[in-house]
Design a binder for this molecule. Sequence first.
Ligand SMILES: [Fe+2]
Length: 222
Amino acid sequence: MERQTLRPQIYEVPHKAIRNALSQLTMMSGYTDYNDSQELEKLQNSFKEIFGMLDVHAAHENNVTLKHLESKIGGSSRHDMEDHEKIEADMRSLEKLFSGITEINGDRTAAGIEFYEKLSEFHANYLLHMLEEEQVTQPLVWNNFNDEEILQQETEIRSAIPPGEMLIWCKYLMPAIGDELRIHMLSGIKANAPSEFYDSILKVTESVLSKESFGNLKAKLN
Ligand SMILES: [Fe+2]
C-alpha cells in the first residue's frame, strides 16, 4: 500500500514520544545500580511514569482508532487488540519482576541484569508493534476515513488526556519532534487552554530541549 505521508498520521505524535520514553527507560535500566536505593527509586519512578503512558496509549487506540475501524470493517481491529492484550500481560509481569527486585534485601545485581534483559525484549517487541500499526493499520485508517474524520479522532484522543498527563507526554514528545510540529501543538494549546497550562507546557519543553533548540523555538513562536 502506498504511503500517503501528507495525510494526517494518527500514530505519529504518540509513537514518537513512546520511542523516546522507552529508549530512555531501557538505557536507565542498564546504568542503574540496583543496590543503590536512591537510583532504584529513580528507575522505579520513570518505569511507573512510562508504563502509565503505555497503558493510556493502548486504551486510546482501543477506544478511538480501533473502535472506529471496527465500525467500518468487522474484525479489522482484532489483530491490534490482541497485540495490546499480549503487551499488557508482558507489562504486568515486568512490573511484578521489578517489585520483586525492590524486596530483595541482599545483592540485587543479578536480578537487575534479568530486568534489563526482559525490558529490552519488551522494548524490541513494542517497537515492532508500533511499526506494524504505522505500516499496516495506518493505511487501513486512510482507506476508510477522510482527513477530517481522522483529525476528529485525534481530537477525541487529545481531549481524553488530563492536563497532568499531557505534561508527561510533552516531556518525552517535545525532544522527539521537529519545530513545525512543536509550534503546531503549542499554538493549539495556547489557543484552547488556560494560559497557566500553556506556561507549564512551555516550561516542560524548556527542561527537555537544549538551550539553543529552545531559543530557536521561542524565536519562531513569538
Ligand atoms: Fe498500539
